[in-house]
Design a protein around this ligand. Structure first.
Ligand code: FES
Length: 155
Protein backbone atom coordinates (compact mmCIF):
# COMPACT_ATOMS: atom_id res chain seq x y z
CA UNK A 1 0.00 0.00 0.00
CA UNK A 2 3.08 2.24 -0.14
CA UNK A 3 2.93 5.05 -2.73
CA UNK A 4 5.15 4.71 -5.80
CA UNK A 5 7.24 7.61 -7.12
CA UNK A 6 4.72 8.11 -9.92
CA UNK A 7 1.94 8.60 -7.39
CA UNK A 8 3.74 11.39 -5.59
CA UNK A 9 3.14 14.14 -8.16
CA UNK A 10 0.50 15.81 -5.98
CA UNK A 11 2.97 15.95 -3.08
CA UNK A 12 5.29 18.05 -5.23
CA UNK A 13 2.42 20.23 -6.43
CA UNK A 14 1.17 20.91 -2.91
CA UNK A 15 4.63 21.58 -1.56
CA UNK A 16 5.42 23.88 -4.51
CA UNK A 17 2.18 25.78 -3.94
CA UNK A 18 3.63 26.81 -0.55
CA UNK A 19 7.00 27.65 -2.17
CA UNK A 20 8.43 24.67 -0.25
CA UNK A 21 8.27 26.85 2.85
CA UNK A 22 9.35 24.95 5.98
CA UNK A 23 7.11 27.18 8.10
CA UNK A 24 4.08 25.77 6.26
CA UNK A 25 4.93 22.15 7.11
CA UNK A 26 1.73 21.39 9.03
CA UNK A 27 -0.53 22.95 6.39
CA UNK A 28 1.36 21.12 3.64
CA UNK A 29 0.95 17.81 5.50
CA UNK A 30 -2.76 18.51 6.04
CA UNK A 31 -3.29 19.23 2.34
CA UNK A 32 -1.35 16.12 1.36
CA UNK A 33 -3.33 13.97 3.75
CA UNK A 34 -6.57 15.39 2.36
CA UNK A 35 -5.39 14.25 -1.06
CA UNK A 36 -4.00 10.80 -0.18
CA UNK A 37 -5.99 10.11 3.06
CA UNK A 38 -2.78 9.08 4.87
CA UNK A 39 0.94 9.84 4.98
CA UNK A 40 2.97 6.92 3.71
CA UNK A 41 6.72 6.60 4.27
CA UNK A 42 7.24 7.57 0.60
CA UNK A 43 5.18 10.74 1.10
CA UNK A 44 6.97 11.74 4.29
CA UNK A 45 10.34 11.12 2.61
CA UNK A 46 9.33 13.28 -0.36
CA UNK A 47 8.19 16.12 1.91
CA UNK A 48 11.46 15.84 3.81
CA UNK A 49 13.41 16.20 0.54
CA UNK A 50 11.26 19.05 -0.78
CA UNK A 51 11.37 21.15 2.38
CA UNK A 52 14.83 20.18 3.62
CA UNK A 53 13.39 19.03 6.95
CA UNK A 54 14.58 15.85 8.68
CA UNK A 55 12.37 12.76 8.65
CA UNK A 56 12.65 12.72 12.42
CA UNK A 57 11.13 16.21 12.70
CA UNK A 58 8.27 15.33 10.38
CA UNK A 59 7.52 12.13 12.29
CA UNK A 60 7.55 14.10 15.55
CA UNK A 61 4.85 16.36 14.10
CA UNK A 62 2.78 13.60 12.55
CA UNK A 63 2.75 11.49 15.72
CA UNK A 64 2.00 14.47 17.98
CA UNK A 65 -1.17 15.53 16.14
CA UNK A 66 -3.85 12.85 16.25
CA UNK A 67 -5.31 14.12 12.97
CA UNK A 68 -2.42 12.70 10.96
CA UNK A 69 -2.45 9.07 9.94
CA UNK A 70 0.67 7.08 9.14
CA UNK A 71 -1.46 4.05 8.26
CA UNK A 72 -3.68 3.62 5.21
CA UNK A 73 -7.17 5.07 5.58
CA UNK A 74 -10.27 3.98 3.74
CA UNK A 75 -12.37 6.17 1.47
CA UNK A 76 -15.05 6.08 4.18
CA UNK A 77 -14.65 6.24 7.94
CA UNK A 78 -17.07 4.28 10.08
CA UNK A 79 -17.24 5.46 13.67
CA UNK A 80 -19.07 3.37 16.24
CA UNK A 81 -19.92 5.16 19.46
CA UNK A 82 -19.06 3.20 22.60
CA UNK A 83 -20.07 5.90 25.07
CA UNK A 84 -22.23 5.00 28.07
CA UNK A 85 -25.58 5.85 26.50
CA UNK A 86 -24.77 3.82 23.40
CA UNK A 87 -23.09 1.06 25.39
CA UNK A 88 -26.24 0.31 27.39
CA UNK A 89 -28.18 0.12 24.13
CA UNK A 90 -25.97 -2.53 22.57
CA UNK A 91 -23.06 -0.63 21.02
CA UNK A 92 -20.65 -3.50 21.64
CA UNK A 93 -22.83 -5.91 19.64
CA UNK A 94 -23.09 -3.30 16.94
CA UNK A 95 -19.32 -2.90 16.80
CA UNK A 96 -18.93 -6.70 16.59
CA UNK A 97 -21.38 -6.77 13.69
CA UNK A 98 -19.59 -3.95 11.83
CA UNK A 99 -16.27 -5.69 12.44
CA UNK A 100 -17.67 -8.98 11.09
CA UNK A 101 -19.07 -7.27 7.99
CA UNK A 102 -15.78 -5.53 7.22
CA UNK A 103 -13.37 -8.21 8.40
CA UNK A 104 -11.34 -5.64 10.36
CA UNK A 105 -11.21 -4.42 13.94
CA UNK A 106 -11.21 -0.88 15.33
CA UNK A 107 -8.45 1.38 14.00
CA UNK A 108 -8.02 -0.85 10.96
CA UNK A 109 -8.75 -0.43 7.27
CA UNK A 110 -10.19 -2.95 4.86
CA UNK A 111 -7.79 -4.45 2.32
CA UNK A 112 -9.59 -2.68 -0.55
CA UNK A 113 -9.13 0.65 1.33
CA UNK A 114 -12.87 1.27 1.18
CA UNK A 115 -13.57 1.54 4.93
CA UNK A 116 -11.65 2.43 8.06
CA UNK A 117 -13.24 1.52 11.37
CA UNK A 118 -12.88 3.54 14.54
CA UNK A 119 -14.62 4.00 17.87
CA UNK A 120 -15.42 7.09 19.88
CA UNK A 121 -16.76 7.88 23.35
CA UNK A 122 -19.63 10.13 22.25
CA UNK A 123 -20.92 11.46 18.96
CA UNK A 124 -23.11 14.05 20.67
CA UNK A 125 -26.47 12.45 19.91
CA UNK A 126 -26.87 10.08 22.84
CA UNK A 127 -30.69 10.07 22.68
CA UNK A 128 -30.63 8.09 19.45
CA UNK A 129 -28.04 5.50 20.52
CA UNK A 130 -26.58 3.23 19.58
CA UNK A 131 -25.07 5.52 16.98
CA UNK A 132 -22.85 4.79 14.03
CA UNK A 133 -21.44 7.46 11.73
CA UNK A 134 -20.24 6.83 8.21
CA UNK A 135 -18.25 9.90 7.24
CA UNK A 136 -20.69 12.73 8.09
CA UNK A 137 -23.86 10.60 7.98
CA UNK A 138 -25.24 9.62 11.38
CA UNK A 139 -27.37 6.51 11.92
CA UNK A 140 -29.28 6.25 15.19
CA UNK A 141 -30.96 3.31 16.92
CA UNK A 142 -29.11 1.03 14.56
CA UNK A 143 -30.02 -2.63 14.82
CA UNK A 144 -26.94 -4.80 14.19
CA UNK A 145 -28.82 -6.71 11.45
CA UNK A 146 -29.23 -3.46 9.50
CA UNK A 147 -25.56 -2.59 9.36
CA UNK A 148 -24.83 -4.52 6.16
CA UNK A 149 -27.57 -2.56 4.41
CA UNK A 150 -26.09 0.74 5.61
CA UNK A 151 -22.60 -0.18 4.40
CA UNK A 152 -23.91 -1.27 0.99
CA UNK A 153 -24.99 2.28 0.23
CA UNK A 154 -21.37 3.48 0.10
CA UNK A 155 -19.18 3.10 -2.99
S1 FES B 1 -22.82 8.10 24.06
FE1 FES B 1 -23.12 7.56 21.99
S2 FES B 1 -23.71 9.45 21.07
FE2 FES B 1 -23.29 9.97 23.12
Amino acid sequence: MEHSKQELGKVDQISDSYDNNKEALIQILLDIQNEYRWLSRAIVTRVSEKLGITLNHIYNITTFYKHFSLLPKGRHTITVCLGTACHVRGAVNLLDRVSDCLGVGPEQTTADEKFSLSTVNCLGCCAIGPVVAVDKDYYGKVAPVKIKEVLKSYD
